[in-house]
Design a protein around this ligand. Structure first.
Ligand code: NI
Length: 260
């Protein structure tokens, strides 16, 4: 059955893997009922590319930020550049930012410094944040707790943590986004978490071109496949895919303050 009004709340349309067929990818997303998506920046150059994509494509929004993988490679003026990008049309959030202690592509103290700098910028600009966290929930929760409930909110993207961890983020004002992992065969634990959280705080996403859902696992992911994530969430919640698409779209629009 067709579903309309899907919102892929996190993808990387600027990724080089889309260079050959970006327009076709976006057309396919529309054909599959994905009316909205947010392309997340991962460093200054990628954030600019995302802003330009948002500016030139209906239904595409962007965020600007430096990913923990790139935390050690920023210039002195990176914060000013990120701030400038957020003043462009359709750039709605700071992200993706966070901590990644799995890959450790940048030293952890530098990751923490970049995160704190960008959280402070988001506070100053009163913008929501998009958070990436891998094997660092303890540190992230400590840092976020210290800052208190976030008025402009944010989202923990591609969530695969525990129920307790999710509840901690919810209490601090964050949404929880589920991606392709929700469809993996061995992911009963993630599905159980997704079944128990308040529906009005959940988003869906692809993180494309990464993390393709089953049965496309291992292939290039694209926003059209958010339908598979939607179906998986609908199944664990006992809802129809259309209801799930509608609620998660409303949630994302509220978080990113998209009118209408
Ligand atoms: Ni991402």
């Amino acid at each position: 059955m067709d579903v309309s009004g899907l919102f892929d709340s996190h993808c990387h349309l600027d990724d080089a893997q889309f260079d050959g067929d970006r327009e076709a990818v976006l057309a396919r997303a529309h054909e599959h009922g994905v009316s909205l998506c947010l392309t997340a920046g991962s460093d200054v150059a990628s954030s600019l590319a995302c802003a330009l994509l948002a500016q030139t494509h209906t239904g595409v929004y962007a965020s600007a930020g430096v990913h923990p993988h790139a935390a050690a490679q920023v210039g002195d003026d990176y914060l000013t550049k990120i701030q400038e990008l957020t003043s462009r049309p359709r750039v709605l959030a700071i992200g993706e930012i966070g901590l990644d202690y799995y890959y450790d592509n940048a030293p952890r103290d530098i990751q923490r410094t970049r995160l704190l700098e960008q959280l402070a910028l988001a506070d100053e600009l009163n913008l929501p944040v998009i958070l990436h966290v891998r094997e660092a929930h303890g540190d992230l929760q400590a840092m976020l707790s210290e800052r208190g409930t976030r008025h402009a909110g944010g989202v923990i993207h591609c969530f695969t943590g525990s129920l307790e961890s999710a509840q901690h983020y919810l209490k601090l004002g964050y949404y929880i986004a589920f991606g392709g992992a929700l469809t993996y065969k061995n992911a009963d634990r993630i599905r159980q978490v997704a079944a128990q959280l308040p529906m009005d705080r959940l988003l869906i996403e692809t993180d494309s071109p990464y993390l393709a859902p089953v049965p496309l696992r291992g292939k290039r992911n694209e926003p059209a496949h958010v339908r598979l994530v939607c179906d998986a969430l609908a199944a664990v919640r006992g809802m129809t895919p259309q209801e799930t698409a509608d609620i998660t779209r409303r949630n994302a629009k509220e978080l990113f303050r998209i009118p209408g």
